[in-house]
Structures are given as C-alpha cells and as structure tokens.
Design a protein around this ligand. Structure first.
Ligand code: ATP
Length: 299
C-alpha cells in the first residue's frame, strides 16, 4: 500500500503541493487529477524519491521509499525515455538488469508482454524504427517488466489509437488484479471514470475533492430518473418528492427533488409491467470538476 501523508512542497516561495494526503491500497487504481500546474508531476517526483518534500512522508508497504524500493515502482509518462539506437530486446534487458532481474526472468517477461501487445516481431528491431505507439508499448513494458508494487501512469494513453488504448487498459487491469497499486493521471475524464475507484482533484496544490468515485457521484447525483416501459404516470406523480413526469423520445423522465426520492420511485416502478430501463442520471466527472473548480478539466 502507498501512503502519502501531509506532503508540502515549495519551489522558492511558490507552494506547489499543499498538505496532500492519500492512500492507494494494493490492487487499487487511484486517480490524481488537476489542471496544468496543479502539482501532479511534483507529487509523482516526490513519491519516486526524485524530489524531497519540505514536509510529510511517503511510504510503500510501510517503508520509506529508498533507492532499493524505487526499483519496485514503475513509471510511464508522455515523455519517452528510451535509448532509440538499441533494439527492443537490448533495451528491455537493460531496464530489467537495472531493476535487479536475472536475464532469464527478463526474457520470460519480455516475451510474454511483447506477445500480449502483439509486437513480438519487433524484438530485434531498433527502437527508432518503431512507430510512436509501439515505442509507447516498449516504454510500458520497461516500466512493468519486474512486476512493480506501484505503477505511476502519467497520461499513459496520449497518442494511442483506440485499439491500443484497449490493449493498455487490459494490461493495466491485469496488473491491478495481481495486486499492483496504480496511480493514474489523465486529462481525459472518461479514462478516469472507467478506471479509478478513488481520486483526488488538486487545484494549485490543494485538494478540492477527494474520495471514492461512487460516493462522489452520489453526492452530485442529478435529479432525473429515466424510465422505459409501461408506466402509470399518475402513480408516479403521487409520490412525495416527484416534481413532474414528462415523456421524452420514447421514455419517461421523472424529475425529483433529491436523491432520497429514488427508492420510493423504484419501489412503485418495480410493480409496473414490462419495464426495460430505470436509470438515475449521473453527473459526469467533468461536470463535477467544473462545479468544483469552475472550469473544464478536459483539454
Ligand atoms: P501539468 O498538468 O501541466 O503537467 P502538474 O499538475 O504536473 O502540471 P507541476 O509540474 O507539479 O504541475 O507544477 C506545480 C507548480 O510548481 C506549478 O506552479 C509549477 O510552475 C511549479 N513548478 C514545477 N516545477 C518547478 C521547478 N522545477 N521550479 C520551480 N517551480 C516549479
């Protein structure tokens, strides 16, 4: 488990991170969100021990992160850090050895991941001869070749086509299932919504919203229920807290005063025949971000 506790970081007099705390359990994907300059990169660098915080602590499985433990952290960023004149094979062996693996182990893992990413044929090609997307796959494999305890993904899908995004997502979920703690930062909210159970939103280094995505969404629940099927409108209109029921493109929209009314509407609707849809409208993460921060997060 990663534990970040009361981190404060100043650059000169500029406070880049203001008393940030969060925990990422094993097998959990955590979203670190914030507009440009919010303090995400600074936080990542502190976690990896590349930068000292002015205050606070970072521990992985209860231990302070030193040079030995850093080997167990995988990091994927937009910026590529591959030695492009090396072949894929030599590059991955190089990274594996840096992380203390034996050559046999590296080859086993490398072959597995090259196959998973459908790029085995490039094993003996130079990195510079590969497309950008395939270079990104190599960078990802380099980050995970030693089964890290913690994986930091900073905009990992930038520049990938949808098929490759899907492949990356499946690989990330496999790592999660194997107990890896994952921190994920992206400017694309749909990726965060799909992936992260828990998140923090930073504005100028300060936490403005944190918690489990499900709980956050409940808080921001909109006051509409969409129903399809044989609905007895008069019965719904009699429920306390129902403002109105309107018909709209083949479905009924029930406007309610607050989310507490949902269960009452549901208990009545469940008695109707042929109900094919009962959906309580959810605010998107981007709408929540705007309501909290006052501007859109998506670029
Ligand atoms: P982005 O989404 O643009 O990558 P970020 O959330 O990663 O932004 P940081 O790069 O951590 O944000 O920056 C946080 C704050 O710290 C900003 O005000 C930035 O200008 C400042 N900052 C970052 N690095 C340095 C540095 N090396 N020296 C001085 N100030 C810095």
């Amino acid at each position: 488990m990663l534990k970040v506790k009361n981190i404060i970081k100043y650059y000169g007099s500029n406070m880049a991170v203001d008393n940030l705390s969060f925990e990422v359990q094993n097998g959990e994907i955590f979203g670190l969100l914030g507009a440009n300059g919010a303090g995400k990169t600074t936080t990542f660098r502190i976690i990896m021990g590349l930068l000292d915080a002015n205050h606070g602590s970072v521990t992985l499985d209860g231990k302070k992160i030193d040079y030995k433990l850093v080997e167990k952290i995988g990091f994927v960023t937009e910026e590529r850090s591959l030695l492009t004149k090396l072949t894929v094979n030599d590059q991955l062996i190089y990274y594996g050895i840096l992380k203390g693996m034996s050559e046999d182990e590296i080859v086993k893992k490398m072959d597995y991941w090259l196959d998973r990413f459908k790029i085995s044929e490039y094993k003996n090609r130079k990195i510079k001869e590969l497309s950008k997307g395939n270079q990104q796959k190599i960078q990802f494999i380099a980050a995970i070749i030693n089964d890290p305890k913690l994986l930091i993904l900073d905009e990992p899908f930038t520049g990938l086509d949808p098929i490759n995004v899907k492949m990356f997502k499946e690989a990330i979920l496999e790592l999660k299932d194997n107990g890896c703690s994952i921190i994920f930062s992206s400017h694309q909210m749909e990726h965060i919504e799909e992936f992260c159970e828990k998140l923090v939103i930073l504005v100028k280094g300060k936490v403005v919203l944190e918690g489990y995505l499900n709980d956050i969404k409940k808080e921001y629940q909109k006051q509409n229920i969409f129903i399809q099927g044989d609905v007895d409108v008069s019965k719904l209109e009699k429920i306390a807290g129902v403002l109105e029921v309107v018909q709209n493109s083949g479905e009924y929209v029930v406007r309610i005063v607050n989310k507490d009314v949902v269960k009452n509407v549901f208990s009545i609707v469940s008695k109707f025949e042929n109900i094919t849809k009962f959906v309580v409208e959810e605010a998107s993460l981007n709408e929540i971000f705007i309501s909290k921060v006052g501007e859109s997060y998506e670029k």
